[in-house]
Design a protein around this ligand. Sequence first.
Ligand code: GLU
Length: 276
Amino acid sequence: MKARLGAVAAAAALALTLAACGSGQPSATGGGGDSGLKIGIKFDQPGMGLKKGSEYSGFDVDVAKYVAKALGTSEDKITWVQAPSAQRETLIQTGQVDFVVATYSITDARKEKVSFAGPYFIAGQDLLVRADDSSITGPDSLDGKKLCSVTGSTSAQKVKDKYPGVQLQEFGTYSECLPALQTGGVDALTTDDTILAGYAAQEQYKGKFKVVGKPFSQENYGIGLKKGDTALCQKVTDAIKKMVSDGSWQKALDANLGPAGYKPGAGNPPTPAACS
Ligand code: GLU
């Protein structure tokens, strides 16, 4: 009996040691705290996730900071990691980030690899075209046109599935599409209306582009985290709910997307789903 208790104590001690060890993985109790957090965001989407010098801004950045704080992590302990659309699942699965807040739509295919807290926002897929182009009025008028989007996004997938007559060109990030759109290399850029509004409002492109304004999908943004980490999912979900109820969600939205004239569509703010 004594030996057995000893073994139990040893196992408990070992578990504690392992938990305390910095393995680079989020802890089983949900990550965060003094040890800091690695958070995946976009670096090139003004209004949502933007890196400018050593400054990070956008609605997703504000959501990430709010969630980090709720997990006990102060802003200066956050390491921002660029999370391009096609790399988000891998970054989470390999522990290179603790979670991703990067215009990341919750989908069944992605749920096979990662878990999501949320939604915390509902966007819609739309089109950005040159300001003087009246020939493109929606996805149905894209036949034979050159369309730019990003590898690994729901935006590109939708075009492949539903609009096979379009000439789709896929880049690694959306901002790479902008020079091509300006010079006529492509006729339109497709992704979420949030992202497109931010580009259209950018100083260097002012008056050059317009958002068509007829969303043709529903994109439920979630915070992606390691598959099956229900403890973390629960904490993040609680933080999202609090961000909405204490007014911080609206404030962040107004500050980041207000200047671009973006109005959130029906269903915002959404109620996050239960963690499973
Ligand atoms: N929300 C869409 C997605 O998660 C498009 C935007 C993006 O690629 O980040 O694929």
